[in-house]
Design a binder for this molecule. Structure first.
Ligand code: SF4
Length: 347
């Protein structure tokens, strides 16, 4: 903790004790590069400064504020959590791990982080960084995410959390993992707990923890159409479930086993009753999500009949596009083809 006090990075979410702001930070920044996530965090809190502000917002407004950060399920969970906090806890984030765990999207880590940092409850908060430090200190092998390995890790972690300043302790452990005890080539020479470290004594620091091999994500072919009419662009709302649920998108999507994108898109539009002629390619798509990769094309589309607005279909003006959550790589594309001015890039 002494090391942490002098070496910690000065990050916006560490300057607050507001439980809601801490909950937002945990939801937004988990498994996200901090440098990439921080601007979103600042904008999100400016847009929704209290639990009530978030709870009273529409899902579209919340997704718009989160747009580009990915992991949109987290945004939905945080939004639902804010409504439950307002309804069941009088708008105050609950203090205990048990109550926090009842909120959507809140697992052991987030509950431990919020309880310890915001309320001083002496419980561990084991993110990937803290887990790696403990695995090396205590030479823990095997899968630490489940079963015996997980129980052993948690028992050790629980026995270590101090009664005073547990939040500082948890953040110190996470910071040590993030900045010193890195997955590769940890800076053991600069480590404040080197003398206690089992892996260092053994001379095999990178052997801990056991790394699970990650499977490669499948590549899926996609195609979308830019269809314009009098300075408006046709947008389609994606279904309520699945990839980018409820985001507004250029019409199109994942294709079957077609030989090329134009044919696939033509079939897709035919099956949905959209009269569109497919034209030349305008841009490439290469976008990786956590669980799949989209590769394909954005093509010109021209209306071949009347296309009217309906619930999930809209002729969108630049102002509509600014207001709505739009698939982020498509927003960049629309800026690139000068349909959107760059000044409308963000909230
Ligand atoms: Fe990590 Fe090295 Fe410190 Fe051990 S000595 S905790 S491996 S940085």
């Amino acid at each position: 903790m002494d090391w942490y006090r002098t070496n910690r990075r000065d990050l916006a979410f560490r300057r607050t004790r507001d439980p809601y702001a801490i909950l937002v930070a945990e939801a937004m920044l988990q498994r996200t590069r901090i440098a990439a996530g921080l601007p979103y965090y600042g904008r999100f809190l400016a847009r929704f400064p209290t639990v009530a502000d978030l709870a009273n917002a529409s899902e579209e407004e919340v997704l718009r504020a989160w747009e580009g950060l990915g992991f949109y399920g987290r945004a939905r969970n945080l939004h639902r959590a804010s409504r439950l906090i307002l309804r069941d806890h009088g708008g105050r984030v609950p203090e205990t791990v048990a109550a926090l765990r009842t909120l959507p999207g809140v697992g052991d880590y987030t509950a431990g982080a919020v309880a310890s940092i915001a309320f001083g409850v002496p419980v561990p908060a084991l993110d990937g960084n803290a887990t790696r430090v403990l695995a090396r200190l205590f030479r823990l092998r095997g899968d630490l995410s489940r079963g015996v390995g997980r129980r052993r890790l948690r028992a050790i972690a629980e026995s270590l959390v101090p009664a005073t300043e547990p939040g500082t302790y948890n953040q110190a452990l996470m910071e040590l993992g993030a900045t010193v005890c890195s997955p590769r080539a940890p800076k053991c020479a600069a480590c404040p707990i080197q003398s206690m470290c089992g892996a260092f004594a053994e001379g095999r620091v990178e052997a801990y923890p056991t790394i699970r091999r990650t499977s490669t994500v499948p590549t899926v072919r996609v195609a979308f159409a830019l269809i314009e009419r009098r300075r408006k662009v046709l947008l389609m709302q994606r279904p309520a479930r699945g990839v980018l649920a409820m985001f507004w998108s250029l019409p199109g999507g994942e294709l079957g086993t077609h030989a090329d994108e134009a044919t696939g898109l033509r079939d897709l539009f035919r099956s949905r009753g959209l009269p569109v002629r497919i034209g030349e390619p305008l841009g490439r798509v290469d976008h990786t999500f956590s669980h799949r990769r989209w590769k394909g094309l954005i093509l010109r589309g021209r209306p071949a009949g009347t296309i009217r607005d309906r619930e999930d279909l809209m002729w969108a003006s630049p102002e509509d596009i600014e207001r709505l959550p739009v698939v982020s790589f498509q927003r960049r594309f629309l800026e690139g083809v000068a349909i959107l001015p760059h000044s409308q890039r963000r909230l």
